[in-house]
Design a protein around this ligand. Structure first.
Ligand SMILES: Cc1cc2nc3c(=O)[nH]c(=O)nc-3n(C[C@H](O)[C@H](O)[C@H](O)COP(=O)(O)OP(=O)(O)OC[C@H]3O[C@@H](n4cnc5c(N)ncnc54)[C@H](O)[C@@H]3O)c2cc1C
Length: 413
């Protein structure tokens, strides 16, 4: 074990334990999705004392539709660990499970839970209610009222707080218009007329699942043409040329994929170029394998909803071409917009001190915010380190970056 980590194994309070748990710890990871689990695995492997909180894979289990498949390919869907022992391949091998491609959601959730059992067996399945400043670092209060302090906190709580709902649907009850992340079972829309708003993977895959569940579906999107990814698979089979064009991280098209995979280089680019490249890497698009499943779905492009009103138990939508739709439901697959002030668990004092840009925390090396000791990983890190951080394939970068930074700084003390 590196000597700089030795001090971290002993809790900062000298090891006093209350109710089986130390009232102070070195690093606390809040969140148990791919980023929280992976970063905990990296920190612990480096000998850094870490507590981890959250329901494992809760966002994937509860806020994505049953029957969905991952858009990211096999190589980009491993939750990283420092020894590369907890890959999807290892999961299949150990459990005798076959996982088809594209990867089904239920298998990925099971993989994430298996990963948690291997790497973070002592995961604490509690929600963190508040995080506030404390002379010893941060004070955290849990849902059951218990509290403790932590020298550092790593926020790995994902995007579910950042739901983006178009203002036209303000005041419409959720029975008539809901965000795609409010559902894990689209089967309830059997025999219903549903409008899906959006042109990304979530919109298109939801439309396919709704149709397959027996719904009457129309997709409405502002874009004049749908965009697809993965249609040029021959470009991925050209040996060294493919490796020059595409990173195994699988974020973005040829060329951009390589740049995005190097977050330290990416962040050196002028801001405007970073923003344009990031948009190009993750613009709304569907996986090519969805195309045949959408043959029976009406797709209306170049249109947008200008108003939504309730008519009895129905929803009346007016479009910018003057046409109307009377439907049972509008499914808003309109994505997420990061705004860290919406993380309810961050105290007002923390939010006030946090340097942000476009709602994202501005991060330095080690994914550390303007508040020393407060780190953000996953999508909130994407403004500072690029779009890779919005995907599972960014977990390796995040884990290494945290260990490098936290380990080095602790060694200096
Ligand atoms: C429909 C859809 C499809 C997607 N498909 C892909 C894909 O194919 N490939 C890909 O790489 N990415 C995909 N993504 C992006 C995906 O969201 C991220 O890759 C991934 O979830 C990032 O992991 P995370 O750990 O940052 O967040 P999450 O997986 O959201 O995990 C956050 C965790 O934090 C916990 N938590 C939240 N608040 C608290 C609290 N106060 N206290 C304790 N715990 C808390 C939650 O319970 C959850 O377990 C998709 C996203 C959507 C919406």
């Amino acid at each position: 074990m590196p000597s700089c980590f030795r001090e971290l194994i002993a809790p900062p309070n000298g090891g006093k334990v209350v109710n089986g748990k130390s009232p102070a710890c070195h690093v606390t990871v809040v969140g148990a999705g791919p980023y929280g689990l992976s970063s905990a695995a990296y920190l612990r492997a480096a000998g850094i004392e870490t507590r981890v909180f959250g329901e494992p894979m809760a966002f994937w289990q509860n806020q994505m539709p049953t029957g969905m498949c991952l858009r990211s390919n096999w190589g980009a869907s491993h939750i990283a660990d420092p020894k590369r022992e907890l890959t999807l391949d290892a999961y299949c091998h150990q459990n005798g499970n076959h996982v088809s491609k594209p990867i089904p959601l239920d298998r990925f959730v099971d993989y994430g839970r298996w990963y948690q059992n291997q790497a973070v067996q002592d995961l604490e399945r509690s929600n963190v209610l508040t995080i506030d400043l404390d002379p010893r670092g941060f004070k955290l209060v849990l849902a059951d009222g218990a509290s403790f302090t932590s020298k550092r906190v790593i926020v790995a709580t994902g995007i579910s707080s950042f739901v983006r709902r178009p203002s036209q649907f303000d005041g419409i009850p959720s029975e008539l218009a809901s965000h795609s992340s409010e559902h894990n079972d689209l089967g309830k829309f059997k025999s219903k007329r549903v409008i899906v708003i959006g042109a990304g993977q979530s919109a298109l895959e939801s439309a396919a699942l709704l149709k397959e569940a027996g719904g009457e579906v129309e997709v409405i999107a502002r874009d004049h043409a749908l965009k697809w990814v993965g249609l040029h698979m021959r470009l991925h089979h050209l040996g060294i040329i493919s490796r020059m064009l595409y990173s195994k991280r699988d974020v973005g098209p040829a060329g951009i994929s390589r740049l995005v995979a190097l977050p330290h280089l990416f962040r050196k680019f002028p801001r405007r170029l970073q923003d344009r490249t990031a948009y190009r890497a993750i613009r709304p698009a569907g996986s090519g394998w969805l195309q045949p499943r959408l043959k029976e779905v009406t797709i209306t492009l170049g249109r947008m909803v200008v108003s939504a009103t309730t008519v009895g138990s129905y929803l009346l939508l007016k479009l910018n071409d003057g046409t109307e739709r009377l439907v049972d439901h509008a499914l808003l697959a309109t994505g997420f917009r990061v705004d860290v002030s919406k993380y309810q668990f961050l105290s007002q004092a923390l939010v006030k001190q946090l340097k942000v840009a476009n709602g994202y925390p501005v991060l330095n090396r080690g994914l550390e915010s303007s508040i020393p000791g407060l780190h953000f990983i996953g999508k909130p890190a994407a403004w500072s380190f690029g779009p890779l951080l919005g995907f599972v394939s960014g977990t390796e970068f995040a884990g290494n970056e945290l260990v490098h930074s936290i380990g080095r700084r602790s060694g200096n003390h």
